[in-house]
Ligand binder design. Structure first.
Ligand code: ADP
Length: 490
């Protein structure tokens, strides 16, 4: 998942604020809870100190005489503390004599008598008799009572509720949660402001980079933050300046190269034209000689003339290709589309290659499911000439060539597809695209077996593309298949 830098900064900063808050909140809650606990314990101890004698005296005084008076005193004393739940009076063996919880049930004096503890016992149990406190679900303080003669009679057990502590902690927690929500919100807002501050400069650099990508090198980014962003802006501006300079140089270079390319093409056109004129004349004279119009020639002379003618014709074809490619480059391809019959194109071409076909004993197969094209006849003939010429050239003896046409649909458009396949030398897979480039040949060694200057397929591609079509090659171990498509209808 892609996460923008801004979102990352916001998330990180918010998380940081939340973590800091949680640490502070936990520390604060623990401290406050501790303080509250201490407060409850100290006020409970204070209460015990103040009331212990009063309750003890009253118990002794009213134990045998007036129970109800004792009850009143106890209730009054209990009422003085908001934390106290109830008290018990127990002897040193743990026998309970009185329990304030039982007031109202009518039997709050639980034992008939209580044991009096002697001095010697007090001495033995001094430690045991010291006021003890226990903190579990509630706070229990056991406070020994000694009468006016110093005799330990009993102990008073005070049960204090820790509800105040629980409530205090709950209030603290509630307030912490409320505060937490507020902090998260404020943290989030601060994070957004902070992230905006950081990413503002990045956004400016990004926008400038976009302008550069679109070819505008005039933008200068000014950032005055006296930090890394300012350095980055300086480097960025330097880079823009460099690119501006390089692009200017490149443009000049391209202009120059285009000019030279045009000059070269023009030169090629002129040269081809100049070469062709004497060639045509030479071919005419060879024809004259062959027909015996300049006297009868011997067998050997006629054979030599045949060789001269074949070579001159080959040269003528190459020069024709050179002329064609320079013409397309200089003038473009101007089509004159019309309805063309496939047989009308193919038959003369097959006738042209007849000597080679017969020499190699090639088996040519036709399968035309579409008989007519809507195309420029002359240009289409050139495409077929090049494809069939290559198939014948690169085929071994007694192999087969198949030429077929059919209907074809691509991206919901109707096309005619032409397939020319041979069983010749094939083309390595990685060269299949390159062969359509001008002057490209798979075998470039000086000892190569096949003639040619690498223009046929590039001419064919220019023509097919001018017809809004597409040409490509497929190759297996035993042979090559060329396919091209052109729109089926006008
Ligand atoms: P040329 O045939 O004049 O060299 P092309 O442009 O017609 O130029 O072809 C370019 C190259 O593609 C050829 O040199 C050859 O290496 C390869 N090629 C073309 N057609 C075939 C084919 N039918 N079988 C094998 N290789 C082919």
């Amino acid at each position: 998942m892609r996460m923008s830098f801004k979102i990352k900064v916001i998330a990180l900063f918010t998380i940081m604020i939340v973590i800091i808050f949680i640490i502070i909140a936990i520390t604060f809650t623990l401290t406050r809870a501790n303080e509250l606990k201490k407060d409850i314990i100290s006020s409970a101890r204070m209460y015990v100190q103040l009331t212990n004698d009063k309750i003890g005296d009253a118990f002794i005084r009213y134990y045998k005489t007036g129970f109800f008076k004792f009850r009143e005193i106890v209730l009054h004393q209990i009422g003085l503390s908001s934390d106290l739940k109830h008290i018990q009076i127990i002897d040193f063996e743990g026998t309970i004599y009185f329990d304030s919880q039982e007031i109202g049930s009518g039997r709050f004096f639980l034992a008939g008598y209580y044991k009096c503890v002697t001095d010697s016992f007090i001495l033995q149990n001094t430690k045991k008799m010291e006021a003890k406190q226990r903190l579990r679900n509630d706070l229990t303080i056991i406070s020994p009572y000694t009468d006016e003669y110093g005799v330990h009679r009993f102990s008073i057990v005070y049960y204090f509720s820790l509800e105040r502590l629980a409530k205090g902690i709950a209030t603290l927690q509630r307030n912490t949660v409320l505060l937490y929500n507020g902090i998260v919100l404020i943290g989030f807002v601060i994070s957004i402001l902070f992230a905006n501050q950081i990413t503002r400069h990045l956004a400016r650099l990004r926008n400038a980079a976009k302008l550069i990508a679109a070819g505008d090198f005039t933008k200068i980014v000014t950032i005055k933050t006296n930090d890394e962003f300012e350095d980055l802006a300086k480097v960025f501006n330097f880079m823009t300046e460099e690119i501006r300079r390089n692009v200017r140089e490149l443009k000049n270079l391209v202009k120059e190269l285009k000019k030279r390319d045009e000059q070269k093409t023009q030169f090629l056109a002129n040269l081809s034209h100049e070469l062709r004129t004497p060639l045509t004349a030479s071919l005419g004279y060879v024809d004259y000689l062959q027909k015996g119009k300049l006297g009868t020639l011997s067998e050997a002379q006629l054979r030599s003339l045949g060789i001269i003618k074949r070579n001159l014709e080959r040269l003528n074809n190459e020069i024709h290709s050179l002329l064609q490619i320079s013409k397309y480059t200089l003038e473009g391809i101007k089509l004159q589309p019309q309805k063309v019959s496939i047989n009308e194109i193919i038959k003369p071409i097959i006738n042209t290659f007849k000597p080679d076909i017969e020499n190699k004993k090639l088996n040519i197969n036709f399968d035309f499911r579409v008989d007519y094209f809507y195309a420029d006849k002359d240009y289409l003939r050139t495409v077929f000439e090049n494809l069939i010429g290559n198939a014948v050239k690169f085929s071994g003896p007694s192999s087969g060539i198949k030429i077929s046409t059919d209907r074809y649909t691509e991206d919901n458009k109707k096309y005619t597809i032409v397939v020319v396949s041979d069983q010749g030398i094939g083309i390595p897979q990685k060269r299949l695209k390159k062969i359509f480039e001008p002057f490209y040949q798979v075998d470039t060694s000086t000892t190569r077996k096949y003639s040619g200057i690498g223009l046929g397929l590039s001419i064919a591609r220019s023509i097919v593309e001018a017809h809004n079509g597409r040409i490509w090659a497929e190759s297996e171990k035993n042979g090559t298949t060329f396919k091209f498509i052109i729109p089926y209808e006008e």
